[in-house]
Design a protein around this ligand. Sequence first.
Ligand SMILES: Cc1cc2nc3c(=O)[nH]c(=O)nc-3n(C[C@H](O)[C@H](O)[C@H](O)COP(=O)(O)OP(=O)(O)OC[C@H]3O[C@@H](n4cnc5c(N)ncnc54)[C@H](O)[C@@H]3O)c2cc1C
Length: 384
Amino acid sequence: MGAQPHGVGARHPLTMRIAVVGCGVFGLGCAIALRERGHEVTVFERGPIPHPRAASTDVSRTIQRLYGDRHDYIALVQAAEPVWRRWQAESRVNFYLPIGHVFLASGQDRGTRAGDSMRSLGLAPIPVAEARARFPQFAIPEDATVFFDDWGGYLVSADAVSAMANLAEGLGVIFREDGGVGTIDERTSGVDLGVGDRTLRFDLAVVATGAWLPTLLPVFRDSIAVTRQCVAFFDPVPGSEHLPGALPVFAIDSGPDRWYGHPLRDGRIKIADNDLGAIVDPDDAPEVPTAFADSARAFVGRWMPGLAEGRYAGSRACLYANTPDNDFIVDLAPGHRRVFVAGGGGGHGFKFGAIVGEIAADRIEGRDHPLGERFRLGARLSPP
Ligand SMILES: Cc1cc2nc3c(=O)[nH]c(=O)nc-3n(C[C@H](O)[C@H](O)[C@H](O)COP(=O)(O)OP(=O)(O)OC[C@H]3O[C@@H](n4cnc5c(N)ncnc54)[C@H](O)[C@@H]3O)c2cc1C
């Protein structure tokens, strides 16, 4: 069709034929936003959706707004929340569980996540005696800072991705689930995708391949670090206070302990370590190191003794795609005018999946999204 690509200048773009590569939360979010604006959108995924290896799959992802004094992230996740609610209502899939979020920290000084988040959100610490009565699941030290944000919760991630795919299909997005994209070549009048033995031409490609971004666009090889992250599951003792309804989403940031967790709908508790894991090749199936089970058990023993009496029910590994500054990339790929990137979600991208597409679509259409500045590339990936 040969329409002028994304905007960088074009304020009222023609309808474009756009390929979105990757059907995780970022790719599907972009597909929905671009289709809603009238573009012809084809999405490519190398297998079933949700894909078993996608970071967006898994069982659950926290949605919270404890971003310290980074007010643009707070505004962004608050803008995502009504979209998640709308998509939940439209899809009739109950994937959004705003069950509240309790945070346990070792201090509340300025410059700490706990202190800055409480100040930004107007939240107050809960006196320790009251916190112990309210959250008996935790061994709360005398000097702990505890606060609760009833805004937070979690998203049942695989269900949310399936719901997004169904919504996208209903809007007229074309799906190619046999569509592992091997190559992307930008030409003067379009961008060519190599899919199997075929070459398909589009006006613009959005690359949203998560941990496989550097595989498809080697320009990101030195700047995106792919790390293996592990999660563990515990079955609480039946009848304990860890059952859904009694326990909110939780995060602990105290000394060496930086863990978080979710009470899943089936009664199982998921916990995970917030620290970055080992750098890995995304094409090697990530395995959970044996030491992880020991550290998960030790964490539970220190902070959730009642849960430690339950059963360790297994673990799984998943991949973060980390940018050097931990901010996402929603911008043209370096040196390109028809290849756009939505990625670098790291360990916190999922909750923004309902809004990242709007930022991408604005940028593609030549507008500045009011909250999109942080996600432009500029000189962010240059060596220091
Ligand atoms: C253990 C863990 C815990 C996390 N916890 C949270 C949390 O609590 N809250 C939160 O907000 N975020 C969390 N995150 C981060 C969040 O899950 C990710 O940032 C987000 O899901 C990334 O989405 P994505 O669409 O960029 O990538 P992905 O979901 O990985 O999707 C990329 C897709 O591209 C496909 N693909 C790859 N190569 C090709 C190709 N060549 N052709 C076609 N398709 C291709 C893949 O199959 C995949 O489906 C967590 C991540 C992990 C790993």
